[in-house]
Design a protein around this ligand. Sequence first.
Ligand SMILES: CC(C)(COP(=O)(O)OP(=O)(O)OC[C@H]1O[C@@H](n2cnc3c(N)ncnc32)[C@H](O)[C@@H]1OP(=O)(O)O)[C@@H](O)C(=O)NCCC(=O)NCCS
Length: 191
Amino acid sequence: MNSALKELPRCFGEGELKWTIVPPSEFALISEQLFGLTFGAKRNKELERIDFSVLLSVRGKLSGFVTCYEHQANELYLQYGGALPEFRENPAVLRGYRVLLGFLLEHYSSLLTRIENTNTPMLKLALRCGWLIIGLRLAGNGKVLLELVNSAEQFKTSNKTPAPDSLRISEGGGVKLSRSDAEKDLPKEEI
Ligand SMILES: CC(C)(COP(=O)(O)OP(=O)(O)OC[C@H]1O[C@@H](n2cnc3c(N)ncnc32)[C@H](O)[C@@H]1OP(=O)(O)O)[C@@H](O)C(=O)NCCC(=O)NCCS
């Protein structure tokens, strides 16, 4: 890891959700597989120029990741990330994402990210967690990316939807919570 980087604790979390910070050299060992599972397409690890990545585990099972690099000392860019398919449509995703943002905003005054304008699930998740759209970019391949920023203040005021405490592990080991269970626990909120 770049020695000029902020010193961050290696692990943080809440209950059965645990995030682990891993340096680029460790992430390179699993990144292509993780991208393949999460995005359905591998990304050549040689393309990576990250400062660190964070891996989410739910009750010990790897369930998602985010790659990050510092723009400057107090500004972190969240580049790629997602939940592994077996963890989607599950309150663990929103809860884990909130835990991550809360932690990062204790260490950086602003976070930046880009989300494709067609990625409704990610946009909904982001807008629920305080991200503000501040611009858009045309990617070379005709894709439209929305640029978003988050800060401790925005994040705090967004925290109106309490994440449920009850996460269940299915027999296969993955966390499963049906949409109807999730709806019981998570009040619906229009964005
Ligand atoms: C983005 C991601 C983390 C979202 O997690 P998820 O568990 O799939 O999210 P959900 O299915 O709970 O969807 C989030 C919200 O979007 C809604 N949604 C999902 N697909 C939708 C669609 N096609 N149209 C409208 N709303 C949609 C869901 O109903 C949910 O809203 P609700 O909470 O009000 O019910 C996950 O889909 C993922 O990892 N995707 C692949 C990688 C990726 O796109 N990463 C982000 C790159 S910027």
